[in-house]
Ligand binder design. Structure first.
Ligand code: T6T
Length: 332
């Protein structure tokens, strides 16, 4: 090939390569490497560990730098200093699972005021309605999560099926009021029971502060007061784990039915042994993935949906060994 032709061909190839990277031809600048932070509810929870993996997959695909920083407890007092430290590092976007729908509003406004794009994942602040121009907590760009009211309704239907036609007493083992996700699951659960299962009476909710040991003791106490207890809905991973342990410690495996929200690896044994009737698995990897993709889309000039709903997979004895179902079990 003649030298001029070779040079032309090389230039054309370089242009194709730069177009592939999203850089205009002739622009020799490196594409900006965006920095996105993911702040989970707590770092040691299999749900958020799985979310991080999805976020990292998207970050790798897009050439984004992802920082994962959180606290050891699901608690706004612990989360706010982590958020403040992250704001000081000035990332381009923060994805956060706010640990309280009210107490994280002002701390997150600081990020917004500093020009950082804010997206909430899993949980929301305020009413979870963003970009409405109304209310003091509509500044996040998007909310990416499961439909938690629906998840609560699904749990109610599963528990009603497990306890059978006779109905009876059940209760919700929950974390604490003020968390958008678990509040909505309880709301959906109670609404479904009231509307469609009048034979089932829902006892007072037991709040365990995300402590599985507390949830186990509470199960035993509720059972001691109500020996005719038929079932329990554990509204998140630790509530379900603890309630299940409480059922086992009371010697009631298979008699007091357990419906679990979330799917840590221990769920497989618990379903196979009959301790847990069904688990409602969220898709946290998708939440993380779409979180990063949405932040990137916004940072590169696209408008993004104000909410993105991810799905559920209901895991029970019949499908727990199916690889298409088992892939939704969380990583630890
Ligand atoms: O259920 C998830 C999450 O959706 C919720 O907001 C808090 O608890 C979990 O992280 C499970 O422990």
């Amino acid at each position: 090939m003649e030298r001029r032709t070779i040079l032309k061909a090389t230039a054309a190839m370089a242009a194709v390569a730069t177009i592939g990277l999203g850089v205009a031809p002739g622009n020799t600048q490196e594409p900006k490497k965006y920095r996105i932070a993911l702040i989970p509810g707590l770092t040691t929870d299999a749900f958020y560990i799985t979310m991080r993996k999805g976020a990292q997959a998207a970050a790798d695909a897009l050439g984004v730098e992802l920082a994962f920083q959180g606290g050891p407890e699901f608690n706004p007092v612990v989360q706010v200093p982590v958020l403040d430290a992250m704001i000081a590092r000035k990332p381009d976007a923060i994805l956060i699972a706010p640990t309280d729908k009210t107490q994280l509003v002002e701390p997150l406004r600081k990020a917004f005021d500093a020009g950082i794009a804010v997206i909430t994942v899993d949980t929301f602040i305020g009413e979870g309605k963003y970009q409405t121009g109304q209310g003091g907590a509509d500044f996040p760009l998007s909310y990416i999560a499961s439909d938690n009211v629906l998840g609560g309704r699904m749990a109610a239907r599963a528990l009603a099926k497990a306890i059978g036609e006779g109905g009876g007493k059940v209760y919700v083992s929950n974390v604490k009021p003020g968390i958008s996700t678990t509040d909505q699951r309880e709301e959906g659960f109670k609404a479904e029971m009231a509307e469609n299962f009048p034979g089932i009476s829902v006892l007072e909710t037991q709040f365990n502060e995300n402590d599985a040991n507390k949830a186990a003791s509470q199960l035993q106490a509720v059972f001691a007061r109500n020996p005719d207890l038929k079932g329990v809905f554990g509204a998140n991973l630790f509530s379900a784990l603890g309630a299940g342990n409480g059922v086992q410690q009371s010697g009631q495996t298979g008699t007091v039915k357990v419906i679990a929200f979330d799917a840590p690896t221990s769920i497989v044994d618990n379903i196979q042994s009959g301790l847990v009737d069904a688990a409602i698995a969220q898709h946290p990897a998708e939440i993380g993935y779409y979180g990063v993709v949405s932040a990137f889309a916004h940072l590169t000039g696209q408008s993004i949906p104000v909410s993105i709903g991810t799905g559920f997979t209901v895991i029970d004895k019949d499908n727990v060994s199916d690889p298409e179902v088992a892939k939704y079990i969380y990583s630890d």
